[in-house]
Design a protein around this ligand. Sequence first.
Ligand SMILES: Cc1ncc(COP(=O)(O)O)c(C=O)c1O
Ligand SMILES: [Zn+2]
Length: 446
Amino acid sequence: MTNREAPSGRSVDESPGRRAMTARRWECLRCGAEVAMSTWMPFRCPNSTTRDRHHALSIVDQPTPVEIPADRHPFVSADEHLAWAACADAAGMDAVRRRALVLEIDDAVRDVGGVGFHVTPFERSSVLSDVLGFDADGGVWVKDETGSVAGSQKARFLFSILLHLRAAEEVGVLTERPRLAIASCGNAALAAATLAKAVDWPIDVFVPTWMSDGFGDRLDELGAIVHRSTRTETDQAGDPAMLRFREAVAAGSIPFTVQGPENALCLDGGRTLGWEIATALRHRGFAWLDGLFVQVGGGAFASATFTALAASGIDVATFPVQTQGCAPLDRALQRAGERGIVDVGFHWDELMTVWDDPTSLADGILDDETYDWVDIAHSLRIAGGSSVVASEAMVVAAHGLAHDAGFEASATGSAGLAGLLHVLETDPDRFDATSRVAVVMSGVER
Ligand SMILES: Cc1ncc(COP(=O)(O)O)c(C=O)c1O
Ligand SMILES: [Zn+2]
């Protein structure tokens, strides 16, 4: 699919529904290529190719504390800060129409999945705080995504892509529907199939051969076409499901995926999670945390969350968490440290390489390379914190502890807590009893 400029419409302040949008442009973290916010289908960097996917468009915006009150729709509250909305706005679709579109699709999502998008809870867990030795001034705060659409944070990332596509239809830029495509065998696939069904848009899901039958049944129920992907002799390194997905996209499908280098628009909606945490902190009277632990698979989750918090002026040390059996991000950061490389995006190929034989109980974060890693590296440099590699024993302990504390998260979804356990054990001076730290529980246990 080629990039298309929006039809140049009326001047920006003619319509009563017009707002000052804060997303300015897309910029590649590897090569610096710039793409206008008014560009339709701004999925990949113009310099990304079939054999060189190490490019990723990132949103350049005006840093602003985005307010997402608990009782309002997050995508309506954040409208003027979202990239999909800035593009629609430039094409003449005003705030009133955008709000109607969000609510219309949200109703359909609720019909399919039983729940629509909403601000998810962010609370201090007294169980976790007590067990881990924090006192009343400090503690462990939990952003609980297990009750979100399709049981995880993934749907937020896909919703911004879907809104962009539906807006493109509304303004007449997209006149027929190419199929949607995603490579995933977990929460992202479920979220994608749920959203696709809500708008009745055909979707192909590329999965590894080892995916469980039960999961396939659920995808079938949602009307997704499931493709079990095997490695071929001519395949380059990497996940075969991902390679088959890229072939589908090359043949015209739309990348409906939670990997920024494949579709940068996913990071747009993902930021709502960070903005919700920032808003909740401000309402509680403190705009900081001593640490935020986020489990990392492809990296979009940590990337979008850390970026949104930084843009909101929240002072927080960031801790991306991987497991011993799959830690390509940590290895890339170590290489950068050893080689004295600061601008990691320019050295992507040499630093980020494929992890052989990923394995962990946290099987949703077994991505053999971290796709969205450059912004995580930036946040570590600017906000402090460190990359964490949790042992399997920590993953198991965190999973049990999460359930004891009342969170029905999977081992993947509680892996951020495993990172906190790791730091408490290996670096006991890092936090004290009055420290305030946070984790995200996601991926409801199935
Ligand atoms: C529950 C849960 N948490 C975290 C992640 C990691 O997100 P990302 O791949 O964006 O790093 C995943 C990915 O599948 C997940 O399912
Ligand atoms: Zn690029």
